[in-house]
Ligand binder design. Sequence first.
Ligand SMILES: *Cc1c(COP(=O)(O)O)cnc(C)c1O
Length: 392
Amino acid sequence: MMGIPYGRQNITQEDIEAVVQTLTSAFLTQGPKVAEFEEKFAAYIGAKYAVAVTNGTAALHLSAMALNVQKGTRVITTPITFAASANCILYCGGTVEFCDVDAQTGLIDLDKLEKMLDAQPRGYYSGVIPVDFAGYPVNLERVRSLADKHGLWIIEDACHAPGGYFTDSNQVKQNCGNGNFAELAIFSFHPVKHIATGEGGMITTNDETLYRKLLMLRTHGITKDPALLQENHGGWYYEMQALGYNYRISDILCALGISQLQRADEGLARRLEIARKYDAAFASGPVRPLTPVGTASLLENGVKHAHHLYVVLVEHRKQLYDYLKGQDIFAQIHYIPVHTLPYYQNLGYAKGSMPVAERYYERCISLPMYPSLSAEEVDTVIEKVQDFITHV
Ligand SMILES: *Cc1c(COP(=O)(O)O)cnc(C)c1O
């Protein structure tokens, strides 16, 4: 028994066969599985285009490049996210501006965002990177209206939320990452995410120009498309027209991704079941679910939570973490506010500047949440958390 981690992949015999089949095929990379994964993922999300890349961080980096982030470009994001959501701006020489979170959800606070934008002339900020934190979809319709008013682009960091949606003001369900409000959205296929390829990522968009740019940037900025070439010396001829990277994902990993994608909805349903069980167990008491399934804001706003993380808030957070660890239950903390990380501190971001995020961080802890978590394991987690409660 290896204990219970906070998240883990679920690999079936079908997944293994899909990978083995690709290993013996003609293409290990740059073959048909990449395009197939992109098409199927785009269809699942409901976006026009998808570009598969090496990981979620590469997806963020290419997105920032495609939107021309450079020295002097100011981009807003949330401190309650994985560092990569902010780092992608720094990779391109831009400046990260943090906007504090909403205490109820841990998501970027849209009232604060509005105030931040209103305090500056149009053009001061260039873009915003909201994160569907823990699987709770950001209301992108509202972000879009703020972005339009202030001339911003949007990159939706949807790493936690494939399969999640919110309902817009016309009562239309809007899937996370569908590109109806954000210019670009990004996903990760790290093993703790909904769909696992080991390392892997995806960018979705409805914008054909950005899509073409991303394809080129993914492979060194090189194109062979006759329509784009400045000259043409023959069949071998290519041009490097921009400084890109090698962020290509292999066919082996895409075969795994395609196979995993078939079980995405099944996984979501199981995550919801687990969330409901935790919700019921922690309905009252000192361990409080961050966004229980029955929360008014979820139901009234027609929100489908993707349950990537099951976050609870508790005053004796470190003690709970250590206690669970002693019982072989490996909870995790999501996240240490990005602006408080030493690298960001050295850039001059101040502790105390994001009080809601910092207070959230003192109390948050993510309990195990993944589709293959068994009913007995869920019971064990609940029992151990309750043991802890009666002992503090
Ligand atoms: C996982 C994750 C990333 C980065 O994805 P990688 O595939 O690990 O590079 C970025 N943002 C968020 C919110 C994530 O959870």
